[in-house]
Design a protein around this ligand. Structure first.
Ligand code: ZN
Ligand code: ZN
Length: 371
């Protein structure tokens, strides 16, 4: 009796049961269903289309649009992302964003709701099944939005309808309602759940820390591949207001590409982007911090490092002034005349700074090898 009471007090039972039930149902029911009734293309399509909508509903909608406000859009688009985000069954926008903003603000402390310091299981799923996560704060800016207000009232109806009833209805249209439920509902929800939970667990566990070595957040292209681009998590924690997570054009970040594509038609606008000088400064600060950490009291490369940092300071300052000037020019809508000159000059400063980073990295490798 004591054990059951303990479980009841500690865990949110409906959440616990559904999070255990969904993966088990996927693992057992789907193979049995395939053996008896085979696979049809409609169910594979429903799985991947549902995964895409629910996944990007979280990454573009809940995360980059609502939680961080990295770009602006129209109310109808907010409604769209409210609906697709609800399909992920990860609670309401208000709840999700409140937890997420706290995660950024209190990262790696005991007030971080999904702190990796409390272990991989806690960061992945443990924090969701525990009781005591039902109050939200720091989301008053979102409470005024019509989509958010509507979702707050009808969250469970919307979420359960889109996640389970709709796949059954679609299944009826080709004569396999149970197949629709299994592929488009149960399996799809399980996959979206765990691949987004990976952002809180594996993205604080696997990868590099190029922009800030003092936090647990890490950059990993493998994780980006599995999470619609959210795997560049070290960069994201350093610059949470950037609509991009993978900043290089080749970084796998479909959420960024979709936001950019929609901006071509003005569906999204006011995309917020960190200036290059701040990004390069963060990278340089991080390498220097690592060098200091590994060199201890040694001063073997001190003269060289001082020389590089002097040069870095000059180039960062020039790049900062140039980017600010460009912003003014852009605001004056007189851009085409000066854009070429601006880009050329910017590339010169950036090249100098990249060279400085390479030199610092060589020093870091040497120091590590000496150690
Ligand atoms: Zn994080
Ligand atoms: Zn975030």
């Amino acid at each position: 009796m004591n054990f059951i009471d303990n479980i009841k007090n500690k865990y949110d039972l409906p959440v616990l049961v559904s999070l255990i039930f969904l993966p088990i149902a996927s693992l057992i029911c789907i193979p049995i269903y395939i053996v008896n009734y085979g696979i049809v293309w409609q169910e594979i399509a429903m799985l991947f289309i549902g995964w895409f909508f629910a996944g990007t509903g979280i990454t573009i909608g809940y995360h980059r649009l609502f939680a961080h406000r990295t770009f602006k859009t129209y109310s109808i688009v907010e409604w769209f992302y409210m609906l697709t985000g609800s399909m992920a069954l990860q609670n309401s926008i208000l709840h999700w964003c409140s937890d997420h903003r706290r995660h950024h603000k209190k990262l790696d402390t005991k007030d971080d709701p999904y702190s990796i310091k409390e272990g991989f299981f806690h960061a992945h799923i443990g924090w969701i099944i525990k009781k005591g996560n039902n109050n939200y704060a720091h989301v008053s800016d979102l409470e005024r939005k019509s989509a958010v207000k509507f979702q707050k009232k009808y969250y469970w109806t919307i979420a359960l309808f889109l996640s389970f009833v709709l796949p059954v209805i679609i299944g009826f249209t080709y004569g396999r309602p149970f197949g629709g439920l299994l592929w488009g509902g149960v399996l799809r929800t399980t996959l979206v759940h765990h691949f987004t939970f990976f952002i809180n667990s594996l993205c604080h566990y696997l990868g590099n820390r190029e922009y800030d070595s003092s936090t647990s957040a890490r950059d990993s292209w493998i994780m980006a591949f599995l999470t619609f681009g959210e795997g560049y998590h070290n960069y994201h924690h350093k610059f949470q207001w950037d609509y991009r997570n993978g900043i290089r054009w080749y970084n796998f970040d479909p959420s960024k590409w979709i936001i950019e594509f929609l901006s071509l038609f003005n569906i999204t606008y006011g995309l917020r982007k960190v200036p290059d000088y701040l990004i390069l400064q963060a990278k340089i600060d991080t390498v220097i911090k690592k060098i200091k950490y590994f060199s201890g009291n040694q001063s073997l490369y001190l003269d060289k490092i001082n020389k590089i940092t002097r040069n870095v300071r000059i180039n960062l300052d020039l790049l900062k002034k140039l980017e600010k000037k460009y912003k003014l020019v852009r605001n004056n809508k007189n851009i085409s005349l000066q854009l070429n000159r601006y880009n050329k000059q910017k590339n010169i400063y950036k090249l100098e700074l990249q060279n400085a980073i390479s030199s610092l990295l060589i020093i870091l490798i040497n120091i590590k090898n000496l150690g």
